[in-house]
Design a protein around this ligand. Structure first.
Ligand SMILES: Cc1cc2nc3c(=O)[nH]c(=O)nc-3n(C[C@H](O)[C@H](O)[C@H](O)COP(=O)(O)OP(=O)(O)OC[C@H]3O[C@@H](n4cnc5c(N)ncnc54)[C@H](O)[C@@H]3O)c2cc1C
Length: 325
């Protein structure tokens, strides 16, 4: 892929901090691209707990994770940020007053400043073994929109919070929900486990996937009991694999950024040790750091406003009040 983009500001990581940074860049009149290795925006929130209520974001007594992300996307939308989803930032090269970041797919973004909002790094769902060919054809690792599975027979694989949350939330709208787990102990919140066990969800411990069947799309899944080897074929049209994630700072560690315990060290302007490179949100580190969405929002605003003064040395640091527009 030989694709090139030129923008004022590149934000690496489309979690809540990055999305809010995109809004702020637009508000400052900067063109902005937002890159994320995941196929969707929303970082940890959209990937791990889109259906959970969040109680500690200022101005929202309670808001569902995915609704918060949808609102962040809507807030940035008037400024038309360029989304590069499914792209992992791989290489960063300075050339005078510009920086070029290249993705693992070979797409190059040239910009005048970078804000890294990479959270824990790229997090990749643990794959369901031997099931690659069905990904996107009935097998999925995320359920950002529950409605997509309405009326289907769904098999959920996993025993953690995500598996039980999907089970609980899909039960009222799916035709049937079966949850299998290779053990008989679950890592999910006890209260959710009890609710799922008391619901119509068919929970099967000591059970694993043997094989997915289907041509164009998942049609059924053969499962086996790992104590007795008893086998059964379940007619399902959707498989949700919730086997956890692996997080990896990966490429970011090779750019010469000062780090402390897998985080990027920043000063009070959110600047890193590299010229024109800032960091905000969970990935940023300084004394007294608190890793929360609300803190990441504030840091993103600080990072982008300071980046604006690096991009244009005549620009003011204070952006003015949005309410004055
Ligand atoms: C189960 C759970 C519940 C939580 N509940 C709350 C809560 O109630 N309140 C609260 O305030 N916080 C909560 N948190 C924490 C909150 O989700 C994080 O603080 C927040 O998501 C951090 O936002 P971020 O934008 O900094 O990073 P993230 O949300 O981690 O997003 C970072 C993004 O960067 C991408 N990325 C990383 N490296 C690269 C690369 N090289 N190239 C391209 N993309 C890259 C990743 O794919 C990811 O999408 C919770 C977390 C979990 C796991």
């Amino acid at each position: 892929m030989d694709e090139r983009h030129t923008v004022d500001l590149l934000i690496i990581g489309a979690g809540p901090a990055g999305l809010y940074g995109a809004y702020y860049a637009g508000f400052r009149g900067l063109s902005v691209a937002l890159m994320d290795s995941l196929p969707q925006a929303g970082g940890q929130v959209a990937a791990m707990y889109p259906e959970k209520l969040i109680y500690d974001v200022a101005g929202f007594p309670a808001i569902k994770g995915q609704d918060l992300i949808d609102n962040c996307v809507a807030q940035a939308a008037p400024f038309d940020p360029r989304y590069l989803l499914g792209h992992r930032a791989e290489e960063l090269v300075h050339a005078g007053e510009s920086i070029t970041v290249t993705t693992h797919k070979g797409v190059a973004v040239t910009c005048r400043a970078v804000v890294i909002t990479g959270g824990m790094g790229t997090f990749t769902p643990r794959p369901l073994p031997d099931a690659d060919e069905f990904e996107g054809r009935g097998l999925r690792y995320f359920v950002p929109k529950l409605d997509e599975l309405a009326g289907l027979d769904v098999l959920i694989v996993g025993g953690g919070d995500s598996a039980f949350d999907w089970a609980q939330n899909l039960e009222p709208i799916a035709n049937s929900v079966t949850l299998i787990h290779r053990r008989d102990t679950f890592r999910a919140h006890e209260h959710t486990v009890s609710q799922v066990l008391a619901s119509s969800v068919d929970v099967r411990p000591f059970t694993e996937v043997a094989r997915i069947h289907g041509a164009e799309h998942v049609k059924s899944v053969e499962v086996f009991h790992n104590k007795t080897d008893a086998r059964e074929t379940l007619d399902v049209q959707a498989v949700v694999a919730a086997l956890g994630f692996t997080a990896d700072l990966g490429p970011l560690t090779r750019w010469g950024l000062a780090q402390h315990k897998r985080h990027i060290v920043v000063d009070t302007t959110m600047a890193t040790n590299l010229p024109r490179v800032f960091a905000a949100g969970d990935i940023a580190e300084y004394a007294g750091k608190v890793r929360l969405i609300s803190v990441g929002f504030g840091e993103a605003a600080t990072a982008v406003n300071n980046a604006a003064t690096v991009i244009d040395p005549n620009a003011k640091l204070f952006p003015g009040h949005s309410s004055a527009l």
